[in-house]
Design a binder for this molecule. Structure first.
Ligand code: MD6
Ligand code: FE
Length: 226
């Protein structure tokens, strides 16, 4: 670390001084936070747990009620899984592909979701659903609200893994402006309270390669569905 004494040259490196590092926690709304790198200490347990879930319930491309096949591939674990088909969006206790219950939520997933919610000021969060999204370069998520859960008093905890994404965080109307929030491997976004129904989405993912996950971004969103 560079010791700065007295006047700093105009060309000084903004991030050479630890005090100038980007903050580990960024507030993006009254009750919305980005916890930078929050999942990194659990990564050695998260990735094998993810692999076990995927062996039981592989990613698949679902169809929206409007008849479009999503560019993002989905699966779920926990008591409920989020699904979509021509008949609508819903939480289901079984995987429609197999008729079997979704894989159990791995303990390390629960630990992460609880700790992140707590860190963002939401106490006692016990998710019963974890939606897992996979983006390959070019995949995107259009602006939407998360409103299929019974009680919007609980927050959503969203974990990013793999290649970066540009997250769009809007307002309460689809036409409101959006903030652009870059999300990287290990970042966690938590939002709830008055922000719970804000529109949000993900811009088309840019080509990149992650050392552990390759050319993909994986996102977990933890919710309390029921
Ligand atoms: C994603 N996330 O980051 C998509 N929804 O891949 C979401 O749609 C989302 O990140 C609710 C809360 C947090 C999220
Ligand atoms: Fe969402």
């Amino acid at each position: 670390m560079i010791q700065r004494k007295g006047i700093t040259p105009a060309t000084f490196d903004l991030f050479a001084d630890e005090a100038a590092q980007p903050p580990a926690t960024e507030q993006i709304g009254p009750r919305s936070w980005v916890l930078r790198g929050f999942a990194l200490p659990l990564m050695a347990r998260l990735l094998p747990a993810l692999e076990a879930v995927l062996n039981q319930a592989p990613f698949r491309h679902m169809v929206t009620p409007g008849g479009y096949t999503m560019s993002v591939a989905l699966t779920s674990c926990g008591q409920y899984g989020w699904t979509t088909d021509r008949s609508g969006y819903k939480y289901s206790p079984v995987d429609p592909a197999t008729g079997q219950p979704w894989p159990d939520m791995p303990e390390v997933f629960l630990e992460l979701a609880r700790a992140a919610a707590e860190a963002a000021g939401f106490h006692g969060f016990e998710p019963d659903a974890c939606l897992i999204n996979r983006y390959i370069p070019g995949a995107k998520m259009s602006l939407h609200q998360d409103k299929d859960e019974r009680d919007h008093g609980w927050p959503v905890v969203s974990v990013s893994l793999g290649i970066p994404a540009m997250f769009l965080f809007g307002g309460h109307a689809r036409s409101d402006g959006t903030q652009r929030v870059p999300l990287f491997h290990g970042d966690v976004v938590v939002w709830g309270g008055e922000d719970r129904l804000r529109y949000h989405g993900v811009m088309p993912i840019r080509q990149a390669e992650h050392p552990q996950l390759g050319e993909q971004r994986i996102n977990f969103t933890f919710r309390k569905a029921r």
